[in-house]
Ligand binder design. Structure first.
Ligand code: SF4
Length: 362
């Protein structure tokens, strides 16, 4: 099996860890994909599910992690590779003057990304008839692993430390949706401006499409380098079933917002997250990706990971063959269009740890 195939398979099936908190504690709950742990396989740092139901029955297993973070990866009991689990970043040891640990304000993702959820609440979350069925934004808050609102000053303080102590190279700022007007853009503007005043760190902001395209310029002026607006699913019926509230913002509205955002941020600096495995066919996903690429948007297709304590926790993850049937042609489409993950200034598409997509872009 090639490294690319191994990573695709392990991201689909998950990883069993004899000690789930070996090395740095893993992400549980939170906005978007979670219940992951960072693992470095053959030089590639990727996020793999470790707390999901499918991970509990995965053929991939690590028994012990050595003091230097390395471990033997077993598949069905056979030793197949030496891998490593990154240690805790140094900034996790610090806290703010009011006693809030830095790790509750922002977390290290992948190898060199600082990630935060600025508002850990969402207007859609508390009612299951409107919440996104895959989302666990309230879980980490309930478990006291984060705080409800990260202030601009807190974000600036943590970002500066993460750059100075751990060499992080870009930052992802996502947010729960606070209202049906700017949909989080305002809070992202304040946060980005504070971080950029403190440290030179490329930022990707992530929110739903704001009601007024003026917000794209405001985000850019605040220091945001790239923007993520996440479709999650591409077929209207799948969107209505999986994300009944967010689906009220139609695909047409997303496409208009993408065009407006590309005009401000530039071709290849606007991205969207598409979760494969929720019911969209590979053909539907590839057709939407074609439209997005024509608009200059980078479609970051990732395997759906069923998070614990969500309505989809028992939903199966897509298998590796399904993921390959999308990622292989999509990688070729991106190469032909010269839209590449390495050219994205900041964010999930550049990080790439949640999908093997960038490994197909050659
Ligand atoms: S791809 Fe995005 S969500 Fe995944 S680890 Fe990287 S920054 Fe985090």
């Amino acid at each position: 099996m090639t490294t690319q195939q191994l990573i695709t398979d392990i991201q689909s099936r998950g990883l069993r860890l004899a000690d789930v908190d070996a090395s740095v504690p893993s992400r549980r709950g939170g906005a978007g994909p979670s219940d992951h742990k960072a693992v470095t396989i053959d030089g590639h740092t990727v996020m793999v599910p470790v707390h999901t139901h499918s991970a509990a029955t995965s053929p991939y297993l690590i028994n012990t992690v050595e003091i230097d973070g390395t471990a033997t990866l077993f598949q069905d009991g056979v030793d197949i590779a030496r891998i490593s689990l990154p240690g805790a970043p140094k900034f996790y040891q610090r806290q703010t003057a009011d006693g809030t640990p830095y790790w509750k304000i922002a977390q290290l993702h992948g190898r060199d990304v600082l990630a935060t959820t600025v508002l850990q609440t969402c207007v859609r979350y508390n009612k299951r008839e409107t919440s996104c069925q895959f989302c666990a934004i309230g879980e980490s808050l309930k478990a006291d692993r984060t705080i409800k609102r990260k202030s601009p000053a807190q974000l600036a303080e943590v970002a500066k430390a993460a750059v100075e102590l751990d060499g992080v190279r870009h930052m992802v700022m996502t947010t729960g949706t606070p209202n049906f007007t700017d949909r989080g853009a305002e809070v992202l503007c304040e946060s980005a401006a504070a971080v950029r005043a403190a440290v030179d760190l490329p930022i990707q902001a992530q929110c739903e499409p704001p009601d007024d395209p003026i917000w794209f310029q405001r985000l850019h002026d605040a220091g945001v380098d790239s923007l993520g607006m996440h479709l999650e699913a591409v077929t209207p019926a799948v969107r209505a079933r999986i994300m009944p509230g967010k689906a009220e913002v139609s695909i047409e509205q997303y496409l208009m917002a993408f065009a407006d955002a590309v005009a401000v941020f530039g071709r290849g600096q606007v991205t969207t997250y598409i979760l494969a495995g929720l019911g969209d066919t590979p053909e539907a996903i590839l057709s939407m990706c074609n439209t997005l690429i024509d608009l200059g948007v980078y479609p970051f297709v990732v395997p759906f990971v069923p998070n614990a304590n969500t309505p989809l926790e028992h939903h199966s993850a897509p298998n590796a063959a399904f993921m390959r049937s999308i990622l292989q042609p999509l990688g070729a489409m991106l190469s032909t269009a010269d839209l590449r993950s390495r050219d994205i200034k900041a964010g999930c598409g550049r990080c790439g740890a949640c999908s093997t997509l960038s490994k197909y872009e050659s």
